[in-house]
Ligand binder design. Structure first.
Ligand SMILES: NC(=O)c1ccc[n+]([C@@H]2O[C@H](COP(=O)([O-])OP(=O)(O)OC[C@H]3O[C@@H](n4cnc5c(N)ncnc54)[C@H](O)[C@@H]3O)[C@@H](O)[C@H]2O)c1
Length: 266
C-alpha cells in the first residue's frame, strides 16, 4: 500500500517537531513537507531528529503552493487558531485532509469547517486532545457525573499556552453536562477576589493553572455525601499525543466530513 504523504504545519514548534519525529519513524508514512516561519530553508530532519531528511522548511505564505505542488494526503497542523483555520481552508480547497491539533478553534469555526467539508466533499479531523488517556478521562467523567453531579474541573498547562481554558476542559464540561441529569452548583455569595471561583462552561466551574514545568494535565473532582472522587490525567511528555496523531493520520483517508474529537476514531 502507498505510504501516507504528510505535510506538517508548525513544524518547528514544540508539537510540530514531535509530529515530524513520529512521522519519520513510521514505515507507512512519508514526510513530504514542513511549513513554519522559523528556520525557513533549513532541513526539518536536522531540527527535529538531528539528521537531515531532505525536507526543507518553507514559509507560511507558500502553503497553497506547497500543497498543490506536493499533493500530500494529509496536512497536520499544530500552530495557532487563526493560522490553523486559514490552513484548514487551504487544505480542503486543495483536496488535502487537515489533521488539526491546534486548540482554541471556536464553535463557529467548526461550523465553517463542516460546511467546507460538504462543499469540497472533503474530510477534516480536529482533536483538542490527542492523548488517548485524556479522552478516556472525559468518558469516565461523563459516566461518573450520572451518579455524582457536583463537579468542578481543574486544568493545568505550561505557561506558554495561549488559550484558556483548554479545549479539553470545555469538552469535558460539555460531556458532563450532557450526561448528568441535574446541574447543581455551589453558590458563593461573596467573591473577595473577582474570578476566584473560576470560569464557567456548560454550568461547570473550570479553573486554569499556567506554570512552567507543566505539560498538560486535568483533574475532574466530584463531590458527594461524605465522599470525593478525583479523576486525573497527566501528559508528562508531548510524546503522549503522538499515538493519537498517528491514528488520525492513518484513519484520515477513510473518514467523511468533519470528525471532531479523537474519541470518534478510537
Ligand atoms: N490537540 C492536542 O493534543 C494538543 C497537544 C498539545 C498542544 N496543542 C496545541 O497545539 C498548538 C501548538 O502548540 P505548541 O506548543 O507546539 O506551540 P509552539 O508555539 O511551540 O509552535 C507553534 C509553531 O507554529 C509556527 N507557526 C506560526 N505561524 C505559522 C504559520 N502561518 N504557518 C506555519 N507555522 C506557523 C510557529 O513558528 C511555531 O513554530 C497550540 O494550539 C496548543 O494548544 C494541542
Amino acid at each position: 500500500m502507498d505510504k501516507i504523504q504528510v505535510v506538517v504545519s508548525g513544524a518547528c514548534g514544540r508539537m510540530g517537531q514531535e509530529v515530524v519525529r513520529m512521522v519519520l519513524a513510521q514505515s507507512d508514512m512519508q514526510l513530504v513537507g514542513a511549513i513554519d516561519p522559523m528556520s525557513v530553508g533549513a532541513d526539518i530532519g536536522a531540527i527535529a531528529s538531528k539528521e537531515p531528511v531532505g525536507v526543507s522548511i518553507t514559509p507560511p505564505p507558500e502553503m497553497a503552493q506547497t500543497l498543490s505542488a506536493l499533493k500530500p494526503d494529509v496536512m497536520v497542523d499544530f500552530t495557532t487558531p487563526a493560522v490553523a483555520m486559514e490552513n484548514i481552508r487551504t487544505a480542503l480547497k486543495a483536496g488535502v485532509i487537515p489533521v488539526v491539533g491546534t486548540t482554541g478553534i471556536s464553535e463557529s469555526d467548526l461550523v465553517e469547517v463542516k460546511s467546507l467539508c460538504e462543499q469540497t466533499q472533503g474530510a477534516a479531523i480536529i482533536a483538542p486532545n490527542f492523548a488517548i488517556g485524556a479522552v478516556l478521562l472525559m468518558k469516565f467523567a461523563a459516566e461518573a457525573a450520572r451518579h455524582m453531579p457536583h463537579v468542578e474541573i481543574i486544568e493545568l498547562h505550561h505557561d506558554r499556552k495561549l488559550d484558556a481554558p483548554s479545549g479539553t476542559a470545555i469538552k469535558t464540561a460539555q460531556w458532563i453536562a450532557d450526561s448528568r441529569g441535574e446541574s447543581p452548583q455551589a453558590k458563593t455569595s461573596e467573591e473577595k477576589v473577582p474570578g476566584v471561583r473560576g470560569g464557567e462552561a456548560y454550568g461547570i466551574h473550570i479553573h486554569s493553572i499556567r506554570l512552567p514545568g507543566l505539560v498538560a494535565h486535568q483533574e475532574v473532582i466530584f463531590g458527594g455525601l461524605g465522599q470525593i472522587l478525583t479523576l486525573r490525567h497527566d501528559s508528562i511528555d508531548r510524546q503522549s499525543f503522538m499515538p493519537g496523531v498517528a491514528l488520525a493520520i492513518r484513519k484520515a483517508r477513510s473518514v467523511k466530513g468533519l470528525v471532531y474529537g479523537l474519541e470518534h476514531l478510537l
